[in-house]
Design a protein around this ligand. Structure first.
Ligand code: HEM
Length: 421
């Protein structure tokens, strides 16, 4: 059974999800040998159980190799011993690790990402969004993605990590190539993909290695210096771990937020009644508008896990080594949890979406992403009036960004009038 929306459904996979939730909330795709999970409660159940549903890509590759070699008798303990040999070329990040190492590394990064530190960034976020919007207004045309959604998060994350903004084209290129590499395939972990990732990884490593060397001699008040100075059980992080943090943050820190900002404006323009409500009471409603956007068009549509052991999951027999796609985008439209889920409703209460994941891998950057989304929206409402799609707009004129696992558009030109001051 097909568990991926088709290419034509990328901008609107929701009817497909609805069908799946109704008929096959747990489905197995024979062709790709992968499970798909479509409803809210099963998604949360899987994301809360890392002992069975692992994120550790090394263990997956090891298990796959074992299957190829027909030696099924390995058990979890042996996996740990042997993964290092089978997968030494694959880069690890906290996203692709299980406890205990995941917890240790996550604590290190959390100590650098304290809520205070993030809230202290707010004036800078506001300053950058204001400047970006002013520049676009001066040019007389605004593409939400090009002029706001892309440059804001990349500027902030670059400053936070401690890399110069002037290199942002390089970051964009890496992100586009990494995401482009799997844009048209559901066959992950194939050789070609592995090679593409490796080349990009090497380029990023060379770049970050230079910065690490500089910061080792001269620490600054940035994340790279923080990571260099951090220890776990009196041991410093390995260079490999620092490198992988940097590339993860650079990518996770901007690609997803670009989509949040683009999706929010797209959804408001499609729903003029909601936009009017928001304009009447912006201060009170900006945060709930961002939450509804996260639910309605979740920037990350799907997460991966795989099974460390055979299990009977709600009467479905799942086997060790099998992969699972958890469709957050569908879980966040589950009618069992959200009333009228296909409506974009900025007053929705409660709104317990799982757009930032759930369980031990819950997004570290959620506060930052929310602040950035809220700040752009505030600037747009303060400085522009009569915003709408361009006259020649059709849904088909939008190009989907990246692949089926992320939701966003790569262009969003708008019509506007500057608000009289
Ligand atoms: C709207 C924007 C964002 C969305 C929708 C989003 C979504 C997610 C999701 C769904 C996960 C869980 C992954 C899993 O369970 O496998 C995650 C993890 C993560 N996110 Fe975000 N994210 C966003 C922004 C950010 C930002 C701005 C940063 C960094 C500055 C960031 C850094 C991370 C990191 C480091 C993890 C891994 C946490 C772990 O494995 O313990 N994210 N994110």
């Amino acid at each position: 059974m097909e568990i991926f929306p088709s290419k034509n459904e990328r901008l609107n996979p929701f009817p497909f999800y609805t069908r799946m939730r109704r008929l096959n909330p747990i489905a197995f795709d024979d062709k790709n040998q992968i499970w798909g999970i479509f409803n809210y409660s099963y998604s949360k159940e899987i994301l809360s159980n890392h002992k069975i549903f692992s994120s550790d890509i090394h263990k997956l590759l090891f298990l796959q190799n074992q299957v190829k070699k027909n030696t099924h008798e390995q058990i979890n303990g042996d996996i740990k011993k042997n993964v290092a040999n089978d997968t030494k070329n694959i880069r690890t990040s906290i996203l692709t690790l299980d406890p205990p190492r995941h917890r240790q590394l996550r604590n290190v990064i959390l100590s650098a990402f304290t809520p205070n530190r993030i809230y202290n960034l707010n004036p800078r976020i506001e300053e950058v969004s204001k400047k970006l919007l002013n520049n676009a207004i001066k040019k007389g045309e605004i593409d939400i993605i090009r002029d706001l959604a892309y440059p804001l998060p990349v500027t902030i994350i670059a400053e936070l990590i401690g890399v110069p903004y002037k290199d942002h084209n390089l970051f964009k290129q890496w992100a586009d190539r990494l995401l482009g590499a799997n844009a048209n395939t559901t066959n992950f972990l194939n050789r070609k993909l592995e090679q593409d990732f490796k080349i990009i990884q090497e380029e990023m490593d060379t770049y970050f290695n230079k910065i690490i060397q500089i910061r080792e001699k001269e620490p600054k008040n940035d994340l790279i210096s923080n990571l260099i100075g951090s220890t776990i059980d009196n041991n410093r992080l390995t260079t490999e771990e620092i490198l992988s943090f940097c590339s993860l943050l650079l990518l996770a820190g901007h690609v997803t937020t670009v989509n949040l900002i683009g999706n929010t404006i797209r959804s408001l323009l499609e729903n003029p009644l909601q936009l009017r409500k928001l304009k009447k009471n912006p201060n009170a409603l900006i945060p709930s508008t961002i939450e509804e956007s996260l639910r309605y068009r979740s920037p990350v549509q799907a997460l991966f896990r795989f099974l460390l052991e055979d299990c009977d999951f709600n009467n479905y027999k799942m086997s060790r080594g099998q992969r699972i796609v958890i469709w957050l985008g569908s879980a966040n439209h589950d009618e069992a949890i959200f009333k009228n889920p296909e409506e974009f409703d900025i007053l929705r209460q409660p709104n317990e979406h799982i757009a930032f994941g759930y369980g031990i891998h819950f997004c570290i950057g959620s506060t930052l992403a929310r602040l950035e989304g809220q700040s752009v929206l505030k600037q747009i409402l303060e400085q522009l009036e009569d915003i709408s799609f361009m006259d020649n707009y059709t849904e088909e004129s939008l190009k989907p960004m990246h692949d089926v696992f992320l939701m966003g558009v790569s262009n969003l030109p708008i019509k506007f009038k500057e608000r009289k001051k």
